[in-house]
Design a binder for this molecule. Structure first.
Ligand SMILES: Nc1nc2c(ncn2[C@@H]2O[C@H](COP(=O)(O)OP(=O)(O)OP(=O)(O)O)[C@@H](O)[C@H]2O)c(=O)[nH]1
Ligand SMILES: [Mg+2]
Length: 222
């Protein structure tokens, strides 16, 4: 490791973009979450850290583009968060991230921070697995489109189990797990957890962050 102070990291973006969730998903205990860049009552936060993580909530607007244009490209990572809400499948989120990368001239990583925050600290329990298996061959594909459809009492008698599952896992993760178990019913819990972790998109972001962190540390140490 290079000598010198540890690089400072700021996590920024609009209100409710997912700054806190992204920070947890990356286990960035020491990173600072700034005030929202679109808070009308406050001046823009001072973005002067060694490394900046800019969180977009599934889309960018004029405020995002205005701020991003002022940030140093070599110190800025852009997260296209809430990728589960972009289009119908992961490919749609990946395409949206590529479009944002081209428009912003910055690398943009599609991520589902809520799922990544769960997979990094959680486990798939036996109870989770039992509930998932019970619904793995559910005939109605719309079942996992909305929380109230997933927990509808009319579906089966295990409403409380489905509510418990939904309290533990974001709906996108449940949907991925059901598809995985439908194709491979004998999947063990640890493998299912790995699949969900991969599905969150967090690993490429984490790798890029690690790389940028090393570069920032080198800059500080020299
Ligand atoms: N669908 C979806 N929702 C998400 C995701 N990440 C965060 N959210 C939700 O977005 C809302 C805001 O998340 P936070 O992490 O609190 O966002 P924030 O930018 O820290 O919000 P403020 O600090 O209040 O500005 C919460 O309801 C999260 O559960 C995601 O990947 N997908
Ligand atoms: Mg927050």
């Amino acid at each position: 490791m290079p000598a010198g102070p540890a690089p400072r990291i700021q996590v920024t973006g609009r209100a409710r973009a997912g700054k806190t969730t992204v920070r947890h998903a990356l286990s960035l205990i020491s990173a600072e979450e700034t005030s929202a860049v679109d808070d009308p009552g406050r001046p823009d936060p001072v973005l002067d850290a060694d490394l900046l993580i800019y969180v977009l909530p599934g889309a960018s607007n004029a405020t995002d583009r205005r701020i991003l244009a002022t940030l140093p490209p070599d110190r800025t990572l852009v997260v296209l968060n809430k990728a589960d809400a972009i289009g119908l499948r992961w490919a749609d989120a990946a395409a949206a991230a590529e479009n944002h990368s081209a428009a912003l001239q910055l690398t943009v990583h599609p991520v589902i921070a809520t799922l990544a925050a769960r997979t990094r600290s959680g486990t798939v329990t036996d109870a989770d697995l039992r509930t998932l298996h019970r619904h793995r061959d559910h005939p109605d594909p719309a079942f996992t489109l909305a929380p109230d459809l997933f927990t509808a009492p009319a579906i089966a008698t295990d409403t409380a189990d489905r509510q418990r599952l939904l309290a533990r896992w974001p709906l996108y993760g449940i949907s991925c797990a059901l598809i995985a178990l439908r194709h491979a019913p004998t999947l063990p819990a640890v493998t299912l957890l790995q699949i969900l972790h991969s599905a969150s998109g967090i690993d490429p972001l984490h790798t890029d962050l690690h790389h940028r962190y090393e570069q920032a540390a080198t800059r500080l140490g020299t």
